[in-house]
Design a protein around this ligand. Structure first.
Ligand code: F6P
Length: 345
């Protein structure tokens, strides 16, 4: 325990409400234990270039309700270039880090797993608004995003009803439709489309037409950005890729809107919520979860539990192997989606 004197902390991947509560908790807990904290700027990039900032009580004062991350973030993958990886390893030592807390999603934690396997002392903290990391019930940021999207769906309802329109609302969710399903249920969406279930455009239009037969004159369709049409119904556009090989998504909402208008003849409008879901102040739930994760991550570092990640299971914060959490994505339960389907049309 006494061997840990200096720990680093970094945030990688897409930002997410709740990152600052984690950073604050890491700093507060570490300082209380007499451990110094170094902030690594802009994810793994900061370890490549040795760009850091000291983290003190003063630097984390007032950041709890702030969205984003005071450390900055990037989608840098140091395993892509040999010299970057060599720099990360050299700087880890040059900075005198006895441990590193890496806060991120599947990509950032994937790098953490590989570094741990090479003998570097890394502890993980799971982060993603998409909520698609395994081995934790939820990730912080998800609750905030669901609340924002629910409010947007409520707002879309009143304008849709006034104009007798179909409203397509595109939300985040690259591989998993957690935000779409939760906010869709909470907001009373008439159809919810997710990456886990290929879109059948005929079925979507039938649901809308059934509503109209029942006398409803508007419909709300929530679609996750990663959703795809059934083979043969249309093609998704090929887009540029980031350092982890992910394409930049967005566009399914517009495509869907055009097809619905064409097939049903009902006037359709499309809203792409995009980064609004990731910006702004974290919900109370995410502040508490982030705080609990941050404190526990420092404890794991002090206990020498490297290669482990904090996770929420039930109401407990427990350590799990990072490797296990990143091996497979957590997709939407079939049961939950079938429940949502009861309210379609
Ligand atoms: O991975 C989280 C996420 O929010 C995805 O839903 C989305 O596709 C991606 O990040 C977009 O991130 P950016 O535009 O910042 O690269």
């Amino acid at each position: 325990m006494g061997s840990i004197k200096r720990i680093g902390v970094l945030t990688g991947g897409g930002d997410c409400p709740g990152l600052n509560p984690v950073i604050r908790a890491v700093v507060r807990k570490a300082l209380a234990e007499g451990v110094e904290v170094v902030g690594i700027r802009n994810g793994w990039k900061g370890l490549v270039t040795e760009t850091t900032m000291p983290l003190t009580l003063e630097s984390v004062a007032g950041i709890l309700p702030k969205g984003g991350t005071i450390l900055g973030t990037s989608r840098t993958n140091p395993y892509k270039k040999e010299q970057d990886l060599a720099a990360v390893k050299a700087n880890f030592k040059a900075l005198g880090l006895d441990a590193l807390i890496a806060i991120g999603g599947e990509d950032t934690l994937g790098v953490a797993t590989r570094l741990t396997a090479e003998g570097f002392p890394v502890v993980g903290v799971p982060k993603t608004i998409d909520n698609d990391l395994s081995e934790t019930d939820v990730t912080f940021g998800f609750d905030t995003a669901v609340n924002i999207v629910t409010e947007c769906i409520d707002r879309l309802h009143t304008t849709a009803e006034s104009h007798n329109r179909i409203m397509v609302c595109e939300v985040m969710g690259r591989h998993a439709g957690w935000i779409a399903v939760h906010a869709g249920i909470a907001g009373g969406a008439d159809v919810i489309l997710i990456p886990e279930r290929p879109i059948d455009i005929e079925e979507v239009c039938r649901a809308i037409q059934n509503r109209h037969k029942r006398g409803r004159t508007f419909s709300i369709i929530v679609v996750a950005e990663g959703a795809e049409f059934k083979p043969g119904q249309t093609v998704n556009v090929v887009k540029e890729k980031d350092a982890f090989g992910h394409v930049r998504l967005g566009g399914i909402g517009n495509l869907l809107g055009e097809m619905i208008e064409q097939k049903t003849g009902y006037e359709t409008r499309v809203t792409v919520l995009g980064h609004i879901q990731r910006g702004g102040s974290p919900s109370a739930f995410d502040r508490v979860l982030g705080t609990r994760f941050g404190v526990r991550a420092v404890e794991l570092a002090l206990e020498g539990e490297f290669g482990m990640m904090v996770s929420l299971k039930g109401n407990e914060i427990v350590p799990v192997k990072i490797e296990q959490a990143t091996r497979q994505l957590k997709l939407v339960d079939a049961e939950l989606y079938d429940l949502a389907k009861l309210f379609f049309g």
